[in-house]
Design a protein around this ligand. Structure first.
Ligand code: NAP
Length: 296
C-alpha cells in the first residue's frame, strides 16, 4: 500500500511517518512536494504520487494568527482537504483527515460526542469545520479524527513552552477555566495506525466512514496540565516558577477558545476497539521516555 502522508514535520505527522510504516510505503509529502495552499495543484500532485491511501494531518494550526489570515487558513484547512478528498474519490481510495475540538463552542457542560452540533468560536475552528464538511461531501471512504490539546517532544507546543517558562520565571500565571484533555501526538499516531489497519482489513470502509473523537481520557485545565508538568520537573530541577491560576479574561487572545473541549471517545472505542489512556498516564509515558533518552 502506498500511503501519501502530509504534514510530516508537524507534531502528529512526524509520528505518523513512523507508526504507518508497517502498513505500507509512506510517501512523505512535505510542503515542498505538496503545498496545500495551492488548491489547484493538489490533484496533480496526488495523481503523480498515485497513492492507495491519503493521510492528512497537515493544517494551518496558528489559532490566533488565523484571525488575521482567514483566506490562507481556509485554503489549507478547508479547500485543501476537500480537494484531497475529491482526488481520493476519483481514484477510489480512502482518506484519513484530522480535525479539532475547536469546532465546538465549549458551552456544553459534559464531554462532546460526534452527534453534538459544532459552533466554532474563531476562524481556525470554522475553517477546520468547513474542511470536515468538504471531506464528507466528496464521496471517498473517510475517517475524520478530531483530536484535542496536542503536545509532543518536538516543535512548538504547550508542553515545551511550559517546561521552558517554569525554569525561566519566578511565577507563572496559567488559565484555569478552560477544560480539555491534553493528548500526546505519538499516541494519536499509534491509535491512528491501529484504526486504519482495522478499518481497511476488517470493516466496511464506506459504512464506517465518518467523524471519530480521538483524544486522551479525563480532563483538566491548562493550569492543571501545567501543574502536572511542573510536578514531573520537580524531581530534577531545584528552582521552578510558582504557579498561579487565572481566568481566561486574565489572558486575552485574538481568538476565543472553548471553555469545555472535552471529547467523548466512546464511538472510536466501540467501532475500532481503540481508546487512548487518560491524559496523566499519557504525560508520564511521554516524559519518562524523554528522561530515558536524556540519560542514554
Ligand atoms: N495542535 C493542537 O493542539 C491540535 C488540537 C486539536 C486538533 N489538531 C489537529 O491535529 C492535526 C495535526 O496537528 P499538529 O499539532 O500536528 O499540527 P502542526 O504541528 O502545527 O503541524 C502542521 C503541519 O502542517 C503543515 N502545513 C502547514 N501549511 C501547509 C501547507 N501550505 N502545505 C503543506 N503543509 C502545510 C506544516 O508544515 P511545515 O512544517 O512546513 O510548517 C506542519 O508540518 C491538525 O489537523 C490539527 O488541526 C491539533
Amino acid at each position: 500500500m502506498r500511503i501519501l502522508l502530509t504534514g510530516v514535520n508537524g507534531q502528529v505527522g512526524w509520528e505518523l511517518q513512523r507508526t504507518l510504516a508497517p502498513l505500507g510505503e509512506v510517501i512523505a509529502a512535505d510542503r515542498s512536494r505538496l503545498d496545500l495552499a495551492d488548491t489547484a495543484g493538489i490533484r496533480r500532485a496526488v495523481d503523480a504520487i498515485a497513492p492507495d491511501l491519503i493521510v492528512n494531518p497537515a493544517a494551518y494550526t496558528a489559532v490566533d494568527k488565523a484571525e488575521t489570515e482567514p483566506d490562507l487558513a481556509h485554503a489549507i484547512n478547508a479547500a485543501a482537504p476537500g480537494e484531497l478528498a475529491l482526488a481520493a474519490a476519483a481514484r477510489g481510495i480512502p482518506l484519513v483527515h484530522f480535525s479539532t475540538d475547536y469546532v465546538f463552542d465549549g458551552k456544553q457542560s459534559v464531554a462532546y460526542t460526534e452527534a453534538d452540533a459544532p459552533n466554532p468560536l474563531g476562524v481556525y475552528g470554522a475553517t477546520k469545520l468547513a474542511g470536515e464538511r468538504a471531506v464528507a461531501r466528496a464521496g471517498a471512504p473517510h475517517l475524520i479524527l478530531r483530536a484535542s490539546w496536542v503536545y509532543s517532544l518536538r516543535g512548538r507546543n504547550f508542553l515545551l513552552t511550559m517546561q521552558r517558562l517554569l525554569r525561566e520565571r519566578e511565577t507563572l500565571a496559567v488559565v484555569d477555566d478552560q477544560f480539555g484533555a491534553p493528548t500526546w501526538s505519538r499516541l494519536i499516531a499509534e491509535a491512528t495506525a491501529l484504526v486504519v489497519a482495522r478499518w481497511l482489513e476488517r470493516l466496511e470502509p464506506t459504512a464506517t466512514s465518518g467523524i471519530y473523537h480521538l483524544s486522551c481520557g479525563g480532563r483538566t485545565s491548562w493550569h492543571g496540565f501545567t501543574a502536572a508538568i511542573r510536578a514531573q520537573l520537580a524531581d530534577t530541577d531545584a528552582e521552578l516558577a510558582r504557579l498561579t491560576a487565572i481566568p481566561t479574561s486574565g489572558y486575552p487572545t485574538p481568538a476565543a477558545r472553548p471553555a469545555n473541549s472535552q471529547l467523548d471517545c466512546d464511538k472510536l472505542a466501540e467501532t475500532f476497539g481503540v481508546r487512548l489512556p487518560d491524559w496523566e498516564t499519557a504525560l508520564a509515558l511521554c516524559l519518562n521516555q524523554d528522561f530515558q533518552q536524556s540519560t542514554q
